[in-house]
Design a protein around this ligand. Structure first.
Ligand code: AOF
Ligand code: ZN
Length: 372
């Protein structure tokens, strides 16, 4: 195999490794690092849960003395700043690494090219940009938060054969089958936060947690847009607020905009509901637009957000052009006349999105679109 093909193969494995802690390291990125000697992997590392130690530290510890003269594959430029531990770039030099292959340079102003320079000054051969597009996808949350000051937003929709996302009235209707639902659970496990509107919260009484065996501790922070704080105290979301964080966003984020001054009585009632929710362990945050909301989430350390419903919320995020990725499931179910029309079908995805990949899960199809 040629050198370039080897580099791509090992970097693909480093990216795969980085996915292990995706959703568990914010505000730090989940980075993957592989140490390879004579074509053999001698060390593996991924950013630890909580963000430290960094991937390189873990991989160097794994490789031990074998790191001397080896090649390190890292999905993100090794850091050059002193955090709780010395910079990774220096650690790679000290360990006697001969060559470092990097996928993406780090936009963090403390690093941003300095990491690569430390490596080169230390006599290491550096190649960068290997599998950059793939690594960017894996680092999307971190990169979007660093460069735009907001989380990376994924809109997930499941549409029936007749273009519906659900049925009017109470009760959930299964648009997709178990394999697709399993896939969505995995997506939740890799995301920092998940968001629904109050309509969905009331109609479905969802829990929005991860219920995959072995990944039960991977539930994202749950967020409900609830302008008037009407989320019931006995909803599953509130009842589980002490185990999995729940943030309720009050104020007119979604819908027709601010409804002006509230009457004194309405304000009192709102304050009482706020106190009752807070007593259950719910955090209440005010936001008046989608922009405002995303800024508030980013300042709480959230780098990736999965928007799961309903139609109104999806429309508002799309109208504000604050969707980075669309995951559009097409189920085999037909809902009929009392359905809730999807704000988006495969035929009406805005032109600014391009199809990235398509796959099948049993009877269902998934198309992933990326903001161009
Ligand atoms: C690496 N390897 O595995 C990660 C890096 O708060 P600190 O000190 O941990 O620094 C956070 C910054 O470290 C973050 O913004 C990014 O630049 C880098 N993350 N760097 O060399 C890693 N996770
Ligand atoms: Zn580091």
């Amino acid at each position: 195999m040629s050198g370039a093909a080897d580099d791509a193969r090992f970097m693909a494995e480093a990216i795969e490794l980085s996915l292990r802690h995706l959703g568990q390291t914010s505000t730090n990125p989940s980075v993957g690092c592989l140490i390879v000697k004579d074509g053999e992997i001698v060390g593996r590392g991924v950013t630890a849960k909580g963000g430290r130690p960094h991937a390189e530290t873990e991989a160097l510890a794994d490789a031990g003395e074998k790191a001397r003269g080896a090649t390190a594959y890292v999905t993100l430029e090794p850091c050059s700043h002193h955090g709780k531990t010395p910079p990774c770039a220096n650690a790679l030099v000290q360990a006697g690494i001969a060559r470092v292959v990097v996928a993406v340079t780090d936009p963090d102003p403390r690093v941003s090219g300095r990491g690569l320079r430390i490596l080169q000054d230390g006599g290491i051969t550096v190649s960068s940009g290997v599998l950059e597009a793939e690594a960017r996808r894996a680092l999307a949350g971190y990169l979007t938060r660093q460069t735009k000051g907001r989380p990376h937003v994924i809109l997930k929709l499941a549409v029936s054969t007749d273009g519906m996302i659900g049925r009017k009235g109470d009760g959930q209707v299964a648009i997709t089958g178990p394999m697709a639902r399993h896939q969505v659970q995995l997506l939740r496990a890799r995301t920092d936060a998940i968001l629904v509107g109050i309509g969905t919260a009331l109609a479905d009484d969802p829990e929005l947690t991860v219920r995959l065996e072995g990944l039960e501790d991977r539930s994202p922070v749950r967020i409900v847009l609830d302008r008037d704080l009407v989320l019931p105290l006995d909803s599953k979301l509130v009842r589980t607020a002490r185990t999995v964080p729940l943030i309720v966003i009050c104020g007119a984020v979604s819908g027709d905009g601010f409804d002006g001054e509230r009457s004194g009585r309405a304000t009192d009632a709102l304050a009482a509901r706020r106190a009752a929710l807070e007593a259950c362990g719910v955090e209440i945050v005010g936001a008046s637009s989608v922009d405002d909301l995303l800024f508030a989430l980013a300042s709480r350390g959230i780098s990736s957000l999965l928007v799961e419903g309903g139609a109104r919320v999806a429309k508002d995020f799309l109208a504000a052009d604050l969707v980075d990725e669309i995951q559009l499931y097409q189920g085999a179910t037909t809902v009929g006349a009392d359905g809730i029309a999807s704000p988006l079908t495969p035929q009406t995805v805005p032109a600014r999105f391009r199809l990235l990949l398509s796959s099948r899960f049993g009877p269902d199809r998934l198309d992933v679109f990326e903001r161009a």
